[in-house]
Design a protein around this ligand. Structure first.
Ligand SMILES: C[S@@+](CC[C@H](N)C(=O)[O-])C[C@H]1O[C@@H](n2cnc3c(N)ncnc32)[C@H](O)[C@@H]1O
Ligand SMILES: [Mg+2]
Length: 393
């Protein structure tokens, strides 16, 4: 069992709080969450595309990281297959991920295997994390670990966390924090090892930690010590990665892919939905004005989007620049009972502009789902529909 000398104040997500029964030290947030949050902040800061968590356990960190929009490949590796399977399924996309797809693709893979084995599918990563892993390696595996992770996998950044044994006296009766720990290092021991490894494999390293010591005991340092290693040579080139022979020793136990706007069918769904909503919003907001105009003119086109055009009373709030862009775009108009919204008008709205580069692109994606004017330059819809009559617009 994990960290079994320590009080289990949270087993809800498979993590055990590092608080001995006898001590008053309580970490807020719990220490394991501070470690995960530390990694999440690093991901927010550096925006890696490919991230692997070695010794990922029950995948809690992966679940926190998967919402990060920059990550396109998220991999977990653990020697304990049961842990991977326990909550692995919760990494799959939910209904909400389909309703609001990500901008970028995301694939998540869990591998069963040991971090001291070489698997070429982990080459070319931007970030590899090893959270509370190294102290579980015996001396033989610890000696192999740098050669595999730093030498072979050689990611741009590596984060290693491990207990700081100098903190342990604050936990009465604790020698090792977990019965499976093969060692716990002082800051000097960890930093000596880390500097040696960094020097050997051409990385630079910075030290920090999480789990502040209590007032009066600042000299012991953080409860969890952390090394952040950054490769001096920069990112692995694609050529270097592709030169490596396929070496698949890990067993993939779980793979999932998320819907994203990079996938044609999801992009189309989102764009058609956004266009339909915007056209409907404009149509509804123009109905009262159209009633006023009825009887004034015949069937010639009526520009109803001039300076007096009503502004939609719901939906997003626009900045002054966005408002000006919308106002300066071609205005919606009516011909008979038909309501036309120029594609250029739709493109002026920020949400649609973010999705579509130009009118041609918008036309080609929505043409077989939304009625367009004969020249294809505007969406066309009935000005009034059954529901307007029911609600007496
Ligand atoms: C203390 S747990 C940490 C889990 C997770 N990183 C976290 O912070 O919640 C250590 C994990 O390392 C895994 N582990 C130990 N030796 C390993 C090895 N040689 N290769 C891969 N995983 C290993 C264990 O199975 C366990 O899940
Ligand atoms: Mg541990």
């Amino acid at each position: 069992m994990e960290e079994n000398n320590l009080q289990c104040s949270s087993v809800v997500d498979g993590n055990f709080e590092e608080v001995p029964r006898e001590t008053a030290i309580q970490f807020k947030p719990p220490l394991y969450r501070q470690r995960y949050q530390f990694v999440k902040n690093l991901v927010d800061q550096h925006e890696p595309k490919k991230v692997a968590d070695l010794g990922c356990g029950d995948t809690s960190l992966l679940r926190l990281l998967k919402v990060n929009p920059c990550i396109e490949l998220l991999v977990g590796v653990d020697i304990n297959e049961d842990k991977l399977r326990w909550r692995g399924d919760s990494l799959a996309p939910f209904m909400g991920d389909f309703l609001k797809p990500r901008d970028l693709n995301l694939t998540i893979i869990l591998y069963h295997g040991s971090v001291v084995e070489r698997d070429s599918r982990l080459l070319g990563f931007d970030l590899i994390t090893c959270i509370e892993l190294i102290e579980h390696l015996d001396s033989g595996d610890l000696a192999r670990f740098p050669e595999v992770v730093f030498g072979y996998l050689s990611p741009s950044m590596i984060v290693i966390s491990t207990p700081n044994s100098e903190f342990n006296p604050l936990f009465p009766s604790v020698t090792l924090r977990d019965s499976d720990h093969k060692f716990e290092w002082t800051r000097m021991e960890f930093q000596t090892w880390a500097l040696y490894v960094a020097n050997r494999y051409d990385y630079s390293v910075e030290f920090t930690g999480v789990g502040e010591p209590p007032a009066g005991a600042e000299n012991v340092g953080y409860c969890t010590q952390i090394g952040i290693f950054q490769k001096n040579r920069g990112k692995a080139t694609e050529a270097y990665v592709s030169e490596q022979h396929d070496q698949h020793v890990y067993k993939a136990v779980f793979t999932t892919s998320y819907p994203s706007l990079q996938q044609e069918r999801f992009f189309k769904l989102v764009l058609v939905n956004e266009v339909s909503q915007q056209v409907e919003s404009l149509r509804v907001s123009h109905l009262p004005r159209r009633k006023e105009q009825d009887g004034e003119q015949g069937d010639k086109p009526k520009d109803i989007g001039g300076s007096k055009a009503p502004v939609p009373c719901f939906g997003p709030v626009f900045t002054e620049v966005e408002k000006a862009k919308i106002e300066n775009s071609p205005k919606p108009f009516c011909v008979g009972d038909k309501f036309f919204v120029p594609l250029q008008r739709l493109l002026a709205y920020p949400r649609l502009n973010r999705l579509c580069a130009n009118e041609e692109m918008m036309r080609s994606v929505i043409a077989d789902s939304i009625p367009l004017s004969s020249d294809g330059s505007a969406v066309v819809t009935d000005l009034c529909n059954y529901f307007d009559e029911q609600f007496e617009f």
